[in-house]
Design a binder for this molecule. Structure first.
Ligand code: ASP
Ligand code: MG
Length: 463
């Protein structure tokens, strides 16, 4: 069995759903279990309906619900067998009727609880899984929908519910393999329920998490995350187009990249897959022949030191300086106590004898933080900075990486530098205005030669 997860853009239209059906069809002998997100921007639209409802704007939420029904109906009809169009209409009516009742209820209460947010946002995946199941039948597959809410059991932490793993794995192992024997099993991602059957959700973007949980629960041989990019690249494409595809990477490296801004995969979501040692693949549903990125427990031996360059911006640099720090103890505690008081996470830290530099990305309380620090030290901030992070397991084994970085960045001011305790990243801070130049120089320095076992050259893909 394999798990195949398709995100919102992969099921946003009739054409997209047809592409998904072809992709699954071609892999039927691997007994796919399909996990789908809500179609396109449906989750956002459902949350907007909830807001309009509690604001008491009746005409508006009725229009929003009507438009959302139209959208589902319009995109579903072409991919649903003629004989089943009446059933489709009936099911859409039922769901949107319920949704309207729910919105009316919210309008009366004028209040939106986390539990109601989950109830409302669950409709996206309930509908998409239903429509995709009909579409699979239309394209000649035997398909069966399984209600994720009967299989993924969570606590009552609404909007970010925590799975009860033993119960969930037991239910998945009992329910999914028998269906996968003869049909493509289809489930909505993101949605779950408590033991009492109250609908919960796993948090925004939670369908990747569902795929990982399902994969772990059924002991899948592989978890495929189908999205709209070719996989992980050697550089953030929004900063430097023309990065090469990383064909294989370890879980530790992928997580490191994700912490530092890579949007492809949320690191926490693949933990179940990681624990059961199931490979995770990132694939492009618009270009299914590209082999994507394979994430595995152990890194494949690689001739390159660096696998990828991640960036995070804008971030703010806080510089703290005090001669009282010389030979004193308790100074760092005093500093961090200020950040704690204003609930501001610190990302990177570097210290020397009399100064500390650190970065934050939430600047909401920066003025209060400065005032707090200035009670015992000199402090200033610099906005519009960027963190650049080189990631690769080999960084820890290879001498001279820092020298190569400094050579490549000749003429660019490095504001702060830190080698992570994980030893597989080397991060530093540069001014936002220098970011593009920084990434370009580093990319030239570290990816001029490519180990063909690990990378696919950009030109080769786009020729
Ligand atoms: N539909 C949900 C969201 O938009 C879950 C997902 O797409 O992964 O957050
Ligand atoms: Mg997503």
């Amino acid at each position: 069995m394999i798990v195949m997860k398709f995100g919102g853009t992969s099921v946003e239209s009739a054409a997209a759903i047809e592409r998904v059906a072809r992709i699954v069809h071609a892999r039927q002998e691997r007994r796919p279990v399909v996990v789908v997100s809500a179609m396109g921007k449906t989750t956002n639209r459902l949350l907007a309906i909830a807001q309009t409802a509690i604001a008491g704007r009746r005409e508006d939420y009725l229009t929003q619900i009507h438009d959302l029904r139209d959208y589902h109906s319009r995109e579903a009809r072409p991919v649903v067998p003629l004989a089943q169009r009446a059933e489709l209409d009936r099911t859409l009516d039922e769901h949107f009727q319920e949704l309207t009742e729910l919105a009316k209820g919210l309008a009366i209460l004028g209040e939106l609880t986390p539990r109601s947010i989950d109830a409302i946002s669950s409709y996206g995946e309930r509908l998409s899984s239903y429509i995709v199941t009909l579409a699979f039948r239309h394209y000649g597959m035997s398909a069966q929908r399984l209600d994720a809410r009967a299989l993924i059991v969570t606590g009552a932490q609404h909007t970010h519910a925590i799975p009860d793993y033993p119960e969930t794995y037991a239910r998945l192992a009992a329910a999914v393999p028998p269906v996968a024997q003869h049909s493509v099993a289809v489930m909505g991602g993101f949605i779950a329920a408590t033991r009492d059957g109250v609908t919960t959700t796993l948090g925004r973007g939670g369908s990747d998490f569902t795929a990982s949980i399902v994969g772990a629960g059924i002991g899948a041989e592989e978890i495929q995350i189908w999205t709209d990019v070719d996989g992980m690249l050697t550089a953030d494409p929004t900063i430097l187009p023309g990065g090469h595809r990383v064909k294989t990477i370890s879980f530790a490296e992928a997580a490191e990249l994700a912490y530092f801004g890579a949007k492809v995969l949320h690191p926490a979501t693949v933990v179940p897959a990681m624990e059961k040692n199931i490979p995770v693949l990132i694939l492009n549903s618009r270009r299914p022949d590209v082999s994507g990125t394979r994430i595995t427990a152990a890194a494949v031996p690689c001739g390159n030191v660096v696998k990828s360059i991640a960036c995070k911006r804008p971030i703010t640099l806080v510089n703290i300086h005090s001669t009282r720090m010389l030979m004193a103890h308790g100074f760092l505690r005093q500093i961090f106590e200020v950040f704690e008081r204003f609930e501001t996470p610190v990302d990177m830290v570097a210290t020397s004898e009399v100064s500390v530099s650190l970065t934050i990305d939430n600047t909401r309380h920066v003025d209060s933080i400065l005032a707090g620090l200035r009670e015992f030290a000199e402090a200033d901030v610099e906005h519009d900075q960027a963190i650049v992070c080189l990631v690769g397991e080999n960084i820890r084994y290879t001498p001279g990486v820092a020298r190569r970085v400094f050579m490549a960045l000749d003429g660019i001011n490095i504001r702060m530098i830190s080698q992570g305790a994980s030893l597989l990243n080397l991060s530093f801070v540069v001014a936002g205005a220098d970011l593009r130049r920084t990434v370009e120089s580093l990319h030239g320095a570290f990816f001029a030669q490519l180990d063909p076992n690990v990378f696919e050259r950009y030109e080769a893909v786009h020729a």
